[in-house]
Design a protein around this ligand. Structure first.
Ligand code: UT7
Length: 354
């Protein structure tokens, strides 16, 4: 991957001379990368007993992207393209980065991490690079982690990537129709840098887990990974396949999403209307509509793009923000609340002043 010719805006080494001064964090660039192949609801009708009408009514999705290895589309290659786009947006070079954090549950290999592969692809040099796994909450957890690393003086210019190829784990037969129709592949990335203004960056965060509910959403690698009472064939398609209790996760998501917004606002004494953008994990349009209605938010404050991409796991939050930024709807000083929830079960928020 070639480096951008644009001059770098940020001093990579400034962190080492910060001398304990308070610093803020800012999202300087954002980018995204999508697989070429579009999988429409009409395509799914040919694979399983479903209909375009059912999928649109129950989820709001009309199409999603699906990655193909034969086209060179891997988690690392999509993540690399997304981070290069974010660097271009920020006017920075890969060698300006001192860390890369990748939120993913589908690295191409158990090791090396997707972050190591992306660092190598970009020619980012000998920097800190690691993956963080919190499923659909992963990118939000990564943003909170990176803000803390920067504010504590342990990082300065960080590439934060959300990338997943979840369609490797879905079953496109009748048996998997309650799950497969939701998901798509993609990657998004931010470049987050230290800022001289300590009032920028995370104002409030929440990160939660209820590990006892892991059987609601899991990908087993072996027969004994299944919960004891789970009806499965023990072989073949059930292994390595995403299993979801859709109704249970739906109920959890509708209540949790609203509670999470309220919890985050309460931490800083803000009202729902004070926030300029709610950038949410795209799980199901009905879940997002419920949150919007509970707080009386206008449509333009809660961006929805699930119709085009489906649920892209760790990528969805950064795909949303990248689209808003590319459309010039993101302005300095605005308040943006990032929200995610998913397998684990995990859920979290990150409220930023830009
Ligand atoms: O990001 C990770 C977090 N995951 C989520 O947020 C997912 C949350 N859950 C959901 O989004 C929804 O539960 C689904 C979209 C997965 C399912 O929608 P639902 O309204 O909860 O449907 P359901 O599972 O209650 O099924 C209703 C009916 C059933 O038929 P019967 O039993 O009523 O005769 C299903 O068999 O719809 C049937 N059905 C389908 N019909 C056509 C299930 N999947 C399909 C399908 N096409 N693809």
């Amino acid at each position: 991957m070639s480096e951008t010719n644009q001059p770098s805006k940020v001093d990579k080494h400034a962190v080492h001379t910060a001398g304990g001064a308070r610093v803020g964090a800012t999202i300087l660039g954002a980018g995204m990368a999508l697989p070429k192949t579009v999988l429409t609801n009409a395509d799914l009708e040919k694979l399983m007993d479903t209909s375009d009408e059912w999928i649109r009514q129950r989820t709001g999705i009309t199409q999603r992207r699906i990655a193909k290895r034969e086209l060179g589309e891997t988690t690392a290659s999509l993540g690399t393209r997304a981070l290069q786009a974010a660097l271009d947006d920020a006017g920075m070079r890969p060698t300006d980065l001192d860390q890369i954090v990748v939120a993913t549950i589908t690295p191409d290999m158990p090791t090396p991490s997707a972050a190591c592969q992306i660092a190598a692809n970009l020619g980012a040099g000998n920097i800190a690079a690691f993956d963080l796994g919190a499923a659909c909450s992963g990118f939000v957890f990564a943003l909170n982690t990176v803000d803390a690393l920067i504010r504590s003086g342990n990082a300065r210019n960080v590439g934060v990537v959300g990338a997943d190829i979840i369609t490797r784990h879905v079953d496109y037969s009748d048996r998997g129709r309650g799950t497969s129709i939701l998901f798509g592949d993609g990657a998004g990335a931010f470049v987050v840098t230290g800022s001289d203004d300590p009032d920028t960056g995370v104002l409030a965060r929440a990160m939660h887990t209820d590990g006892s509910r892991w059987p609601d959403l899991f990908i087993p690698r072996a027969d004994d990974d299944f919960p004891a009472d789970f009806d499965h064939d023990g072989h073949g398609v059930d292994i390595n396949c995403l299993h979801m209790n859709g109704r249970a996760v739906f109920k959890f998501a509708v209540s949790t999403f609203g509670d999470l917004i309220q919890e985050t606002l309460d931490k800083v004494g803000l009202k729902p209307e004070d926030v300029d953008h709610y950038v949410c994990h795209q799980s199901n349009k009905r879940i997002l509509d419920a949150a919007r209605e509970r707080f009386g938010l206008p449509e333009e404050k809660l961006h929805i793009n699930i119709d085009r991409y489906g649920n892209t796991v760790a990528a969805s939050v950064c795909l949303c923000f990248s689209e808003l930024k590319a459309a010039n709807r993101i302005k300095p000083g605005q308040l943006v609340m990032f929200l995610g929830f998913g397998a684990g079960l995990t859920w979290g928020s990150s409220l930023w002043r830009l």
